[in-house]
Design a protein around this ligand. Structure first.
Ligand SMILES: *Cc1c(COP(=O)(O)O)cnc(C)c1O
Length: 382
C-alpha cells in the first residue's frame, strides 16, 4: 500500500529525487520585479511594491484593507493588540495548531484557553466553545466575558483554518457575538480558501495571512493583516514605529513596532500573487488525485468542509490507527518522499502546559492519526 503511495507521489512530481512536503515555485516575474527593486535602491522599509502588494492582496481577498508585515507571527501579534488583548487575559484557541498562534497570545502577556476542534474541519469547534462558555463563563455588567472561577477576562477568539480548510464560521461568529469575544482569524494557511463564497480572514474583526516559504505563496518571509479601514490604519501606524507622517521630523505617539515588510519581499509577493490562481488550480487537481487514490482504502483523505472551497495548501490523510500512522511515516520518509505528522498539541508543550483547557478528545484523536503528504504545486501546472 505504502509502495503504491510512494510511486503515486513520484508520478505527480515526475522525479526520482527527494520530494519535500512543500517547496515554493518561482515561474513568473519574480526575477524581473526583484531586479527592478534593486535598481530602484528602495529595497527596505519604503517602496512602491509594498503599496501594490497591499492593494493587490486586499483586492484578491475582498478585504477593505491589507497591511503587509514581516511575517505571519508579527501579524498575529498586532492583530491581538488591536483586538484589545492585554496582560493576564485569556484568548480562546485550538490546541491543534502551529505554535505561532499561541506564541502571539503569549507576546501580549495573555494565555491561551484551549478548546477542542471539530473532526471534519480540524479547526476550532463552535459547539465545544459554546458548551465550555455556558459552564465556565459569564458576562458581567460591563459587557465583558469573564471566567466564573477567578474572573479572568476572555477577550478574543483565535481560530485557525488548518491546512486551508475553513472552520465552521457561521456558528463560530454566532458564539463570539453571544459571548462578546473579538474574533481574530489565523488565516495563515488559508489564502485562497472561501467559506460560503467569502474569503477566510474576513469574518472576524481582523484576519492574518502568512507568506512564509512553505505557504501557498511566499514573500521569503511575510505576513498580512486584513481589517476594515479604521483598524487597518491603526495596524499600519503600529507596525511602522507609530511615526507621525512628516517629510523630515521624527515624532512617535506611542510604543510602535518595526514590523513592516521590506520592499524586496513585497516585490516577490506581487510576482507570486499573479500566479496564485494557477497555484490554486494545481493544488485542487492534486487533491482530487489524492482523494481518488485513497478511495477504498482505510485511510481517509482530508476534504474541504461543506459550503467551503479550500485552497488545499497541504494535503493530509487520517490514518485508521496510530500504528498505521507510524508505518506510513516510516515507509514514505525512508523512500525519499517527505510526509509529516500533524503538530503535537500545544497543551503538551511545556510553555503552554498550564494553560486552561476544555476536553480535547477530537484534537487528541487527530493528533494520533493525521499525516501530511507532499503538496507543492505540480510541474504540469500551466
Ligand atoms: C505559518 C503559520 C503562521 C505564521 O508563520 P510565520 O512563519 O511567522 O509567517 C501562523 N499560524 C499558522 C497556523 C501557520 O501555519
Amino acid at each position: 500500500m505504502f509502495d503504491r503511495l510512494v510511486s503515486f507521489v513520484r508520478e505527480q512530481y515526475a522525479t526520482n529525487e527527494f520530494i519535500p512536503l512543500h517547496a515554493p515555485v518561482f515561474r513568473g516575474r519574480e526575477r524581473e520585479l526583484l531586479v527592478d527593486t534593486i535598481d530602484s535602491t528602495f529595497v527596505s522599509s519604503v517602496g512602491a511594491y509594498v503599496d501594490r502588494f497591499e492593494k493587490d492582496t486586499a483586492a484578491f481577498t475582498g478585504s477593505p484593507r491589507a497591511v503587509a508585515v514581516m511575517n505571519g507571527t508579527a501579524a498575529l501579534h498586532i492583530a491581538l493588540v488591536l483586538a484589545g488583548v492585554e496582560r493576564d487575559d485569556l484568548v480562546v484557541t485550538q490546541s491543534l495548531t502551529f505554535v505561532a498562534t499561541c506564541n502571539a497570545i503569549a507576546y501580549c502577556g495573555a494565555e491561551p484557553l484551549f478548546i477542542d476542534v471539530d473532526r471534519h474541519t480540524l479547526g476550532l469547534s463552535p459547539g465545544a466553545l459554546g458548551a465550555w462558555l455556558e459552564e465556565h463563563a459569564r458576562i458581567d455588567d460591563d459587557g465583558v466575558c469573564r471566567t466564573r472561577d477567578g474572573g479572568r477576562r476572555i477577550r478574543a477568539c483565535l481560530p485557525m483554518h488548518t491546512f486551508g480548510h475553513p472552520v465552521d464560521l457561521d456558528a463560530l461568529v454566532a458564539v463570539c457575538d453571544r459571548w462578546h469575544l473579538v474574533l481574530v482569524e489565523d488565516a495563515a494557511e488559508s489564502l485562497g480558501s472561501y467559506y460560503k463564497g467569502r474569503h477566510t480572514g474576513n469574518f472576524g474583526r481582523i484576519g492574518v495571512l502568512s507568506f512564509n516559504g512553505n505557504k501557498i505563496m511566499t514573500t521569503g518571509g511575510g505576513g498580512m493583516v486584513l481589517a476594515d479601514e479604521a483598524i487597518g490604519k491603526r495596524a499600519k501606524h503600529l507596525t511602522t514605529t507609530a511615526k507621525i507622517p512628516h517629510p523630515y521630523e521624527f515624532f512617535h505617539d506611542e510604543v510602535g513596532y518595526n514590523y513592516r515588510m521590506p520592499n524586496l519581499n513585497a516585490a516577490l509577493g506581487c510576482a507570486q500573487l499573479e500566479q496564485l490562481p494557477a497555484f490554486l488550480a494545481s493544488k485542487r487537481a492534486l487533491a482530487e488525485r489524492y482523494i481518488a487514490f485513497f478511495a477504498g482504502t482505510d485511510l481517509q483523505p482530508i476534504v474541504e468542509p461543506e459550503h467551503c472551497r479550500s485552497n488545499y495548501w497541504l494535503n493530509g490523510v487520517v490514518c485508521d490507527n496510530p500504528e498505521q500512522r507510524e508505518a506510513l511515516l516510516k515507509a514514505t520518509n525512508e523512500a525519499g518522499v517527505m510526509t509529516r505528522p500533524i503538530w503535537a498539541l500545544m497543551n503538551r508543550l511545556p510553555l503552554f502546559a498550564n494553560a486552561p483547557r476544555g476536553p480535547l478528545d477530537n484534537a487528541e484523536w487527530l493528533e494520533a492519526r493525521v499525516v501530511n503528504l507532499p503538496s507543492s504545486v505540480t510541474p504540469d501546472t500551466p
